[in-house]
Design a protein around this ligand. Structure first.
Ligand code: EPU
Length: 423
C-alpha cells in the first residue's frame, strides 16, 4: 500500500487548480440511466470513486468512456440490460445507491444491494427508500438487497417531506421524479450546490424542475429525457481543503476556479480565525493576516452551514491556533477518527461525544499516522505540511477516492511532499 511523506517546509505560494466536484459527478453519472440518449460530463475529477461508479454503470449495461485523460465522461444508457446492482461493487461506495431512483423510474424495476455502514457512521438509506415508496414503488428488503418495483403505469408524483435534508435521498428522489407521472414536491430538500448542479443537468436533459437550492423542489414529470452535455460544478470541498494550505503554512495561494458562493460559511470561520480571502477573476486568494491563526468554534450543518466534509481539515488548522476551539459534528456520529492521529503529532484534542475541544499548540511534530477515511487523510497531510520534521500518512487509498494529483498540486506551491510506493 502506498503512503505519503510530507516534510514541514514553511510558506506556500502560487496557484492550485480545483477540479470538478466528486460528489456532484457521483450523482450526475447515474442520471445517464434516465435516458436512452448520450449524456456527456465535462470537468470530471480523476478519482477512484469515479472509476467505481463507471464500473457500476457498465455492469448495468451503460456505456461509459473516459476521454481527455478522464476529464470528459461520455455515457450512453440506450441498452440497460441488467437491473441488478451487485454487492461486490455497491459495498465499495455508498453513492452506488444513487442508481436506484433512476433505474426504477426508467425501467420500472431495480435490485440494488444495500450499501452497509462505513467508517464515519451507520449511514442508513431509509430516507431514499421512503421517498421512492411515496412515489408508489413497492420495496422489499431481501438478502441484503432492495428489490424495487414501480406500479403498472410507472412512478407517481408525490409530496415527499424529509425529516432531515439528506443529500443522497434528495438526489435519488429528484432523479426518480423527473420521469414520474404528475407533480412531485420535495420538502426539506438538501440545498447543496451538488443538488443544484444535478437539477441543471436534468433540466438540460428535458426535465421540468423548480426550486433547487431552496428547501422545496417541485418536479413536473415528463415522458422521456434526452441527452445533454454538462460541466461538473467546482469541488467546494477540494477548494476548502487547499484554502487551508496557506492558512496552516503561511504564504499566499490562489485556488483557481474557486468562488465565494460555494464556501461562504467556511470563509466566515477563516475570517474569524485571522485569514484573508479574496475573490478574484482567477479564483479565491488566501493568506494569513497575522503570524498565528486564532481559535474559532465550528458546528457542522447541511449547506449553507459549515460542511462536515471540511471539519477534519479545519481541525488540522485549529491544532496550532491561539486558544481553544470547539468543533461540533452534527451530521455523522463517528467523524473524529483523525483526532487521535493528530494527537500523535502533538495536538491537544479531547473528544466528548460529538464535540472535539482543541487547545492550540505552538507547533505540531511529524509522526507516522494512518488515514481512516477520505477527509481524515487529507487533514493529516495538511497537518504534516506545517509540522516539524517528517510525517508519513499510510492507507492513502482513502485519499485517492476524492483528491486527484495531491502531490503534484501541493508541490507546485512549494510543499515538500512525495508518494512512496508500497509493495
Ligand atoms: N441519513 C439517514 N437516512 C438516510 C440518508 C441519510 O439517516 O436515508 C443520515 C446519514 O446517516 C447521515 C446524515 O443523514 O448521518 C447525512 O447524510 P446525507 O444523506 O446527507 O449524506 P450522503 O448523501 O450519504 C453526501 C456526501 C458526503 C457528505 C454528506 C453530507 C456524496 C456521495 N456524499 O453523503 O460526502 O459528507 O453528503 O454533506 O455526495 C465525502 O465526500 O467525504 C462524503 C462523506
Amino acid at each position: 500500500m502506498d503512503s505519503i511523506l510530507v516534510t514541514g517546509n514553511g510558506p506556500l505560494n502560487g496557484d492550485i487548480p480545483i477540479a470538478g466536484a466528486k460528489n456532484a459527478c457521483l450523482t450526475l453519472m447515474p442520471a445517464t440511466l434516465l435516458s436512452d440518449e448520450p449524456l456527456t460530463l465535462t470537468n470530471a475529477p480523476r478519482l477512484s470513486d469515479i472509476k467505481t461508479m463507471t464500473a457500476l454503470l457498465q455492469s448495468l449495461g451503460a456505456e461509459v468512456s473516459s476521454l481527455q485523460g478522464g476529464q470528459v465522461l461520455a455515457m450512453s444508457s440506450h441498452d440497460l440490460n441488467n437491473l441488478h446492482a451487485d454487492y461486490d461493487i455497491v459495498r465499495k461506495m455508498r453513492a452506488s445507491i444513487l442508481v436506484l431512483g433512476p433505474m426504477l423510474a426508467r425501467a420500472g424495476q431495480a435490485v440494488v444491494s444495500l450499501p452497509g455502514g462505513c467508517a464515519i457512521g451507520a449511514r442508513p438509506v431509509d430516507l431514499h427508500l421512503k421517498a421512492l415508496e411515496a412515489m408508489g414503488a413497492d420495496l422489499e428488503l431481501r438478502d441484503g438487497y432492495v428489490h424495487a418495483k414501480a406500479p403498472a403505469g410507472g412512478l407517481r408524483g408525490a409530496v415527499i417531506d424529509f425529516p432531515f435534508a439528506s443529500v443522497g435521498a434528495t438526489e435519488n428522489a429528484l432523479m426518480a421524479a423527473t420521469l414520474a407521472k404528475g407533480t412531485t414536491v420535495i420538502r426539506n430538500a438538501a440545498r447543496e450546490p451538488e443538488i443544484v448542479d444535478l437539477a441543471e443537468c436534468l433540466r438540460a436533459m428535458g426535465a421540468q424542475i423548480e426550486g433547487e437550492g431552496s428547501s422545496e423542489i417541485t418536479i413536473q414529470g415528463v415522458d422521456r429525457l434526452g441527452g445533454a452535455t454538462h460541466r461538473v460544478v467546482t469541488d467546494r470541498i477540494e477548494l476548502g481543503t487547499y484554502m487551508l494550505a496557506p492558512a496552516i503554512c503561511g504564504g499566499e495561494v490562489t485556488c483557481l476556479g474557486g468562488k465565494l458562493s460555494l464556501v461562504e460559511a467556511f470563509v466566515e470561520k477563516l475570517d474569524a480565525a485571522g485569514l484573508s480571502v479574496e475573490e478574484t477573476e482567477k479564483g479565491l486568494k488566501v493568506a494569513r493576516r497575522g503570524d498565528r491563526v486564532k481559535a474559532v468554534d465550528v458546528v457542522t450543518e447541511p449547506f449553507p452551514g459549515f460542511p462536515t466534509d471540511l471539519q477534519a481539515q479545519m481541525m488540522a488548522l485549529l491544532c496550532t491556533a491561539e486558544g481553544v476551539s470547539n468543533l461540533e459534528e452534527k451530521i455523522f456520529e463517528n467523524r473524529f477518527m483523525h483526532a487521535p492521529e493528530l494527537t500523535r503529532m502533538g495536538a491537544k484534542i479531547e473528544v466528548h461525544g460529538g464535540t472535539a475541544r482543541v487547545t492550540g499548540v505552538d507547533r505540531l511534530k511529524g509522526a507516522p499516522v494512518m488515514a481512516t477515511d477520505l477527509r481524515a487523510s487529507v487533514s493529516l497531510i495538511l497537518a504534516g505540511l506545517a509540522a516539524e520534521g517528517e510525517t508519513v500518512v499510510s492507507r492513502v487509498y482513502h485519499l485517492d477516492r476524492g483528491y486527484e494529483h495531491v502531490v503534484r498540486k501541493l508541490s507546485a506551491v512549494g510543499a515538500k511532499i512525495e508518494r512512496i510506493k508500497g509493495e
